[in-house]
Design a protein around this ligand. Structure first.
Ligand SMILES: [Zn+2]
Ligand SMILES: [Zn+2]
Length: 305
């Protein structure tokens, strides 16, 4: 137990009960809402404006996760000026995948122990029988989030813990969650000047968008450690799974990512679309990002099978 809970242990304190109940609510309520919505809204409760708002907030917040939380804060694949750093932390928080320090600590632990004991969300920890793999899939996709043990931030994210800006954004996770839920409803209501417009925008561009985004991200943890190609030499079971490439903004090129985690581009082979890498490229062009770790032929040659 001391190895699990000491000052430099893998895990720190247990998640407090109210926060734990909130996690359950966020996982389950939007999903039930989505199932109820389809017959309810068919033909009248879904407009082009709802769809546009859903796409806008989806792209903004998933890029906050992929470019911000993941490639920048977790792996340092580029350096960013302070306004961009703050914007990425805020946009990532608005994807409602947990406060930044928790997310980064969990994800660094995932890489440190990938597909071995200590990995918070490997599908391979229960065995390889069909039943064990089904259990592993559930655990990697969603089950691990319901685990109350929290990754030790002092061990896995000391750089971010030492940054006052990041501690502030971390503490603002609650208000930012409210903002990401309310902003689409407010826009939907104002642009249609109706309560119904606010309600349908809230439904599609807040609840459905967040649920959908969760499942896309979770699929990188589950599917992209089980099914797909492994053209690069990663020490774990991470895969490239093309059907998820576009929706995940390039994160589904997960085999390359595990083979060389600090690269800013994950889709490095011909025809592999990586929207996050393109966004980082724009940041670099505008002068907001620098020291970007772009893949080079030498670096790729080292990890190609
Ligand atoms: Zn992974
Ligand atoms: Zn990673």
């Amino acid at each position: 137990m001391s190895e699990r809970r000491g000052p430099k242990a893998l895990l720190a304190a247990r998640r407090p009960l109210p926060a734990h109940i909130t996690v359950y609510l966020f996982v389950i309520v939007p999903f039930l809402a989505l199932i109820a919505a389809v017959p309810f809204a068919w033909g009248w409760g879904l407009t082009w404006l709802d769809l546009a708002l859903a796409v806008f907030f989806y792209v903004l917040t998933i890029l906050g996760t992929t470019v911000g939380y993941h490639r920048y804060f977790t792996h340092g694949s580029f350096k960013a000026k302070r306004p961009l750093r703050l914007a990425l932390a805020v946009a990532g928080s608005m994807a409602v995948q947990g406060p930044i320090l928790h997310w980064v600590a969990d994800h660094r632990r995932h890489h440190a122990f990938a597909d071995k004991e200590g990995d918070p969300h490997s599908p391979w920890l229960f065995g390889t029988s069909p039943v064990a793999l089904a259990r592993g899939f559930w655990h990697a996709h969603l089950g691990w989030i319901l685990d109350r043990d929290q990754t030790n931030q002092e061990r896995f994210a000391p750089d971010l813990l030492a940054d006052r800006d990041i501690r502030v954004v971390h503490r603002l996770f609650g208000p930012l969650t409210i903002l990401t839920l309310i902003a689409p409803a407010l826009l939907g209501g104002l642009l249609t000047w109706s309560w119904l417009g606010a309600v349908t925008a809230f439904f599609w561009a807040s609840l459905v968008r967040i649920t959908f985004l969760h499942h896309v991200t979770w699929s990188v943890n589950s599917v992209c450690h089980m099914i797909g190609e492994r053209p690069f030499n990663a020490r774990d079971k991470a895969t490239n799974f093309w059907p998820l490439a576009l929706l995940s903004m390039g994160e589904a090129w997960h085999n390359l990512h595990h083979a060389d985690p600090t690269q800013a581009r994950h889709g490095v082979q011909r025809g592999q679309i990586d929207v996050s890498a393109r966004v980082i490229w724009f940041f670099e062009r505008f002068g907001w990002a620098h020291d970007v770790h772009w893949p080079t032929p030498e670096r790729l040659a080292k990890i190609t099978r």
